[in-house]
Write a protein that binds this ligand. Structure first.
Ligand code: PGA
Length: 252
């Protein structure tokens, strides 16, 4: 982490969390959200967004959706617009997660349209990029990530309304993580690509998170890298003690 960028620890609950447990988890995290030297965000399923945003208001906890549709409204059965997300009280949206790219065929073009919609609605977009194992094995990691950033970020993006999450697909939910050194090299690359695209001031200020099996046991080493500005955490965000232990690692 660098001194100049405020770290972000964001929890991606994915399709987990019924009303009672989800609310209890959010409250447990919110109770300590202001104790750490970082922004803390939870991204519950959309069914819980409004209530979690409401009960955690004024605690300093950020609340985000896991997706939003690119259109403002219309005949898109099952989808939720960015304005609807904002209307719940949430202020973030994860966009382009690899599970959306894989199971919902989201392309970089769609990601860009969603990021624009999120910005129009006043949401901070957490944009996910990352290579598959096959792409990694064939030496394409850097080019795949550069293409995802080139294709997924609108020209109007800046460090206030975008957070990038580098999530190697092979590390998500597998217990395998990129080594801190490999992750650092890729984060630095991401910063360079963003700087080339949006200017070096934006590249320097943008928060770039690591995601993919981040846990209390490996968080400190990853977060110690100069270009890793926090984490997007799946499995370990479902237990408040694990999630908060990762936030704690930011301060070390
Ligand atoms: P994981 O998920 O921490 O369970 O690997 C991370 C993510 O998909 O955002």
């Amino acid at each position: 982490m660098s001194q100049s960028r405020r770290p972000v620890i964001a929890g991606n609950w994915k399709m987990n969390g019924l009303h009672e447990d989800g609310l209890a988890l959010a409250k447990a995290v919110a109770a300590q959200a202001q104790q750490f030297d970082c922004d803390i965000v939870v991204c519950p399923p959309s069914t819980l967004l409004r209530e979690i945003a409401s009960v955690t208001a004024d605690t300093g906890l950020g609340v985000g959706a896991q997706d939003c549709h690119q259109a403002a409204n219309g005949a898109f059965t099952g989808d939720i617009s960015a304005e609807m997300v904002r209307d719940t009280g949430a202020t973030y949206a994860i966009i382009g997660h690899s599970e959306r790219r894989e199971y919902h065929n989201e392309t970089d073009e769609i990601v860009k349209a969603k990021v624009k919609a999120a910005h129009t609605a006043g949401l901070v977009a957490i944009v996910c990029v990352g290579e598959t194992e096959g792409q990694r094995d064939s030496g394409q990691t850097m080019s795949v990530i550069a293409d995802q950033i080139e294709g997924g970020l609108p020209d109007t993006a800046d460090a206030e309304n975008i957070i990038i999450a580098f999530e190697p697909v092979w590390a998500i939910g597998t217990g395998r993580t990129a080594s801190p050194e490999d992750a650092q090299e890729i984060h630095q690359h991401i910063r360079t690509v963003v700087s080339d695209r949006l200017g070096s001031a934006v590249g320097e200020a943008m928060r770039v998170l690591y995601g993919g099996s981040m846990k209390p046991a490996n968080a400190a080493d990853l977060l110690a890298q100069p270009d890793i500005d926090g984490g997007l955490i799946g499995g370990a965000s479902l237990k408040s003690s694990d999630f908060l232990a990762i936030a704690e690692a930011v301060s070390k």
